[in-house]
Design a protein around this ligand. Structure first.
Ligand SMILES: CC(C)(COP(=O)(O)OP(=O)(O)OC[C@H]1O[C@@H](n2cnc3c(N)ncnc32)[C@H](O)[C@@H]1OP(=O)(O)O)[C@@H](O)C(=O)NCCC(=O)NCCS
Length: 133
């Protein structure tokens, strides 16, 4: 498969927050990997970095952009890289880039999705709290 030159075949940086194998149970009725499953992995990946920065609980408040660039297939190794994009008073915006690898072949790695998500640091009563530091 030829990659789009605009989409780097390897991640430029960020924390490898989630690495998971796409399983048959993650498919839609057509047998393709379900977009909602991928969105869930991306939200988990972004939240791991957000929790690290917030040093505690966070809540997802907004998904600004979610791009499905290429399909993901059963058996693909899916890696989600998370990077801090912006910090506010109580919130952080995290960029997540998703790469997939087929049949354990490193030359097959391609970018399959990207997203930008805002998380709010919350206290024990789920109210926004100021980011530490
Ligand atoms: C997250 C939550 C506590 C925030 O409460 P809120 O009253 O909206 O808080 P605020 O208006 O004070 O905003 C808090 C921060 O979020 C940011 N924010 C709120 N809505 C936003 C949006 N749509 N896009 C980007 N940032 C947003 C604000 O800019 C602010 O950031 P800052 O302090 O860094 O400037 C509340 O919206 C909530 O509980 N939402 C449900 C969260 C949830 O259940 N998520 C999982 C869904 S399954």
């Amino acid at each position: 498969m030829v990659n789009n030159p605009d989409e780097p075949a390897h991640p430029s940086g960020g924390l490898l927050a989630v690495r998971v194998l796409a399983m048959p149970a993650d498919t839609n009725p057509q047998g393709d990997i379900f977009g909602g499953w991928l969105m869930s992995q991306v939200d988990i990946a972004g939240s791991i970095l957000a929790v690290q920065r917030a040093q505690g609980r966070v809540a997802t408040v907004a998904v600004h952009e979610f791009r499905f660039i290429k399909p993901v297939y059963v058996g693909d190794l899916v890696s989600c890289y998370a990077e801090l994009e912006r910090e506010g008073r109580t919130s952080v915006r995290v960029k997540v880039e998703v790469y997939s690898e087929r049949e354990r072949d490193p030359s097959s790695v391609k970018k399959v999705a990207s997203a930008s998500i805002t998380y709010v640091a919350v206290d024990s009563e789920s109210r926004p709290r100021v980011l530490p530091g």
